[in-house]
Every structure is written in structure tokens, then in C-alpha cells.
Design a protein around this ligand. Structure first.
Ligand code: HMG
Length: 416
């Protein structure tokens, strides 16, 4: 007879790390170059800066660096990782998962199950819930899961989507000692619908988007996932906005979180009248706006955008938040969505300095718009077999992991 596995009583996030590109553009400057009123980008869309990846920074390098930071800062032994999942929609190979490069670069054990998940921006949430189930079912046997969300959002120069680009990775260690955030595994709401709001065919490095329609699809998905979550509990009051200390949404651009929060109220109350608008605006300022400052300077990082807002909240290090309830809404175009609840860990505030990426963001290099355009064109063919090897020194990279070219159809990476 096989050994009976003990189920876990809790699962959630124990450690987090962010890694983003070393370069960015200023959104007001980009607006001027595109003959657009700067307030459209900075207020209408809500972005002040946008991270830009060089040809030497890709999904693998960002995922690996974010994971190294999470493991190192929270003193987690790579040998304890029993599951590695990379959620991405900007994989580097049609077959080989980004996760297996990350597995090697982190030196994880060979009995760590490793795979990539893809469903647009929902990919990392899918990985996170799968890892939570693995732990709750008792299959982890004391080991931890490493979930990494890593992406580069590319729509191309002078497109409507251009101001909603970005790049970066968020790594999360999920375990049965969730000192940062414990998930309420029983109450997740799900939503799926085939829509053509945003997609990227295999032959294209750039995404195609029906921008305004994608916003509608996102909001409809919120309603669907929220209603599904409510249908799974005896008392839907559990999801009431006044029960929350923070509400996190997928953030393709900062203004989208405001629209999502409005829909959150509609989903809870039904129709909204003029009289309720001030209360909704106040609720947005309390539960959502304070945690959008990282998204505002990094841009859309697809799978990681929701978790970047969560990091922003956790980095504030407020002991009074211990045990408080928060909501998380993940949306992936195409489309799939999930609405979940979590509770802040009792010692989360002590870890705030360990996950705060501010120092690195402050050290980024600002690109002039012509430099950003040159860099964007340089990334277009950088990973073809015929292209000259990209040189990290050319892009002022001095330390970290970098992509250094493809030879004999094999991608190569170097740690400087
Ligand atoms: P657009 O047509 O260039 O912009 O597209 P707009 O005319 O809709 O203006 C944007 C906002 O700026 C509006 O605010 C304007 O009023 C305001 P709103 O009415 O929406 O509140 N505005 C101004 N505000 C102040 N001063 C001014 C001014 N001018 C205008 N002077 C769009 C914008 C986001 C559609 C475009 O950039 C796009 O297509 N982006 C890509 C698609 C996208 O991000 N969709 C989001 C939902 S889908 C999703 O989140 C999934 C995704 O992350 C992918 C995945 O899942 O993998 C994208």
C-alpha cells in the first residue's frame, strides 16, 4: 500500500522578486514625439514611464533574474523547489519552455516538475492556482513551487498599443508557509470565452489588438468571474468591497484598473447611479490607486502585471495589514479570467524591504525617443539564427544574465 499524503492547511505566497529591463522611456516625451497631448498617455492611460527591453534581455533572462532575487532575498534553498512554472505569452521557442532554461540557470533539482503555461496575461495565475492545488493536495511533501510571470509587451512603433507596452518578470515562491499572502483556495471564480480581442500569431513578434473591444472583454470577464466566485459560497457578502483592504486587477495600463474597480462595484451592486460615483471614486483611491505606482513606471508586463500591483502593496510594510483580506482579478485576452481572495500574512510587513524593487527602478537608463526606436528595431531580428550576436556592452549591461545570440539554432545565455 502506498503512503497516504497529508493535505496542507494553507497555501500561498512566501517570497517575491521583480526584475525588469535596465532602460525606459518617458511617456510625456513619447507623446510629444507621436504628436499626442502628453496628458493622454500620463492621465488618460495613466502611464508615466515604460520599460524597454534591449536585444540582450528576454523572457528567460528576466524570469531567471526575478527568481534568483526572490530565492536569495527570502533565503530559500533552490533544492526545496519541487515545481517550477513560467507563465508567459512571449516564449522564446514554439516547443521548448522558458521554464526549462530557468530550471538550468537556477540549478534546480532534476525531480522538479517544470513547465510553461500560456493563456495571454492569465498564464501566471493559472500556474499559481495549479501550484496552490499541488500544495493543498499534499503532493508537495514539504517542497515549494516557484511561479514566474515573465513577458515583453510589444505592439510596435506608432501603433495604438505603443503606449501600453512594457517588460518585466515577477517571481513568486508558493508554499504551505505563506508569510506574504494566503489564498482562499475554495472560492476562486473562473471565466472563459473565445474572443478575438488581442492575439499574437506564431509568425508575429508584435501583438494584434482590437483595443476598445479588449477593454469590454476584460470588463465582461470580470463580471463573469466575480459572479462565479459568488455562486460558490453561501454568503457572497464575503466578497463585498467593504470587506477588502485592497483590490488588485490585471493592469495593462493604469487607467484600466479604475475601469475594473468601477465594474467591481457594478457587479456587487447592480446598476450604479450618479449619486454613488463619489463613493466609488473614494473607494478607488483607498483600495486600488495606492498600489499602481510600479505599474505606472514599468508598463504592461502581461502575466506579471497583477502581481506587480500586489508587490506595490506588500512593499509598503504596514503591520496593521496582517490578516486583512484582498481580492485579485486576473485577465488574459482571448480570453480567460479568475477572481480570487487572499489574506495578508502575519509577518508580511517584515519582508517589505526584501521585495521592494525601487532601488533598481531608480537606476534605470532613460532612452531618448530616437534611441528607443533604434533599440526596438534592433530587437526585431536579434534572435534569428542569422543575426549577428547582440553585445551586452553595446547596451551598457554590466552585470546579470543576458541573451548573447543564437548559433546552430541554439539560444545562448551568459551571466556577466
Ligand atoms: P486609444 O484609442 O489610443 O485611446 O487606445 P483612447 O482614445 O481610448 O484614449 C484613452 C484614454 O485617454 C481615454 O480615457 C481618453 O478619454 C483619455 P477613457 O475614456 O478610457 O477613460 N484621453 C485623455 N485624457 C486626458 N487628457 C487628454 C486625453 N486624450 C485622451 N488630452 C487603448 C487606447 C488602451 C485601447 C490602446 O492603447 C490599445 O489598444 N492598447 C492595447 C490593448 C489593451 O491594453 N487592452 C486592455 C484590455 S485587454 C488586456 O488587458 C489584456 C492584455 O494585457 C493582453 C493579455 O491578456 O495578454 C492587453
Amino acid at each position: 500500500m502506498g503512503e497516504i499524503m497529508a493535505t496542507a492547511s494553507a497555501a500561498g505566497i512566501e517570497a517575491m522578486g521583480f526584475h525588469g529591463p535596465t532602460h525606459y522611456v518617458d511617456m510625456a516625451e513619447l507623446a510629444v514625439a507621436r504628436d499626442v497631448e502628453p496628458a493622454k498617455y500620463t492621465k488618460g492611460i495613466g502611464q508615466t514611464q515604460m520599460a524597454v527591453a534591449t536585444p540582450c534581455e528576454d523572457t528567460v533572462t528576466m524570469a531567471t533574474m526575478a527568481a534568483r532575487k526572490a530565492l536569495h532575498a527570502f533565503d530559500i534553498d533552490p533544492a526545496d523547489i519541487g515545481t517550477l512554472i513560467v507563465g508567459t505569452e512571449t516564449g522564446v521557442d514554439h516547443s521548448k519552455p522558458v521554464a526549462v532554461y530557468v530550471h538550468e540557470l537556477l540549478g534546480l533539482k532534476s525531480n522538479c516538475r517544470t513547465f510553461e503555461t500560456k493563456h495571454a496575461c492569465y498564464g501566471a495565475m493559472a500556474g499559481l492556482t495549479s501550484a496552490t492545488d499541488w500544495i493543498m493536495a499534499g503532493r508537495a511533501r514539504g517542497r515549494k513551487a516557484l511561479i514566474v510571470a515573465s513577458d515583453i509587451a510589444r505592439y510596435g512603433l506608432r501603433t495604438a498599443g505603443e503606449p501600453t507596452q512594457g517588460a518585466g518578470a515577477v517571481a513568486m515562491v508558493v508554499s504551505d508557509t505563506p508569510s506574504l499572502l494566503r489564498f482562499d483556495a475554495d472560492v476562486m471564480g473562473d471565466y472563459t470565452r473565445q474572443v478575438m480581442d488581442f492575439w499574437r500569431p506564431l509568425y508575429s513578434k508584435y501583438a494584434f489588438a482590437d483595443g476598445h473591444y479588449s477593454i469590454q472583454c476584460y470588463l465582461d470577464a470580470f463580471t463573469g468571474a466575480f459572479e462565479d466566485a459568488c455562486s460558490k459560497v453561501d454568503d457572497p457578502q464575503r466578497f463585498a468591497l467593504d470587506q477588502l483592504d485592497a483590490a488588485f486587477y490585471h493592469v495593462p495600463f493604469v487607467k484600466m484598473a479604475r475601469k475594473a474597480h468601477h465594474r467591481h462595484w457594478e457587479a456587487q451592486l447592480g446598476e450604479i447611479g450618479e449619486a454613488q460615483l463619489p463613493a466609488i471614486a473614494e473607494s478607488f483611491e483607498q483600495l486600488v490607486a495606492p498600489w499602481l505606482s510600479l505599474n505606472a513606471v514599468v508598463g504592461n508586463i502581461y502575466t506579471g502585471s497583477l502581481f506587480l500591483a500586489l508587490m506595490d502593496y506588500l512593499r509598503s510594510g504596514d503591520a496593521a495589514r496582517a490578516g486583512k483580506q484582498v481580492s485579485l482579478f486576473s485577465y488574459g485576452s482571448g480570453c480567460g479570467a479568475a477572481f480570487a481572495l487572499g489574506h495578508v500574512g502575519d509577518s508580511a510587513h517584515e519582508s517589505a524591504p526584501l521585495l521592494d524593487p525601487q532601488a533598481e527602478l531608480d537606476n534605470r537608463v532613460r532612452l531618448a525617443i530616437d534611441e528607443y526606436e533604434t533599440l526596438t528595431r534592433a530587437t526585431e531580428d536579434a534572435d534569428s539564427n542569422e543575426a549577428p550576436d547582440p553585445d551586452p556592452a553595446q547596451w551598457n549591461h554590466s552585470d546579470g544574465l543576458f541573451y548573447v545570440g543564437t548559433r546552430e539554432h541554439v539560444r545562448r545565455y551568459e551571466m556577466l
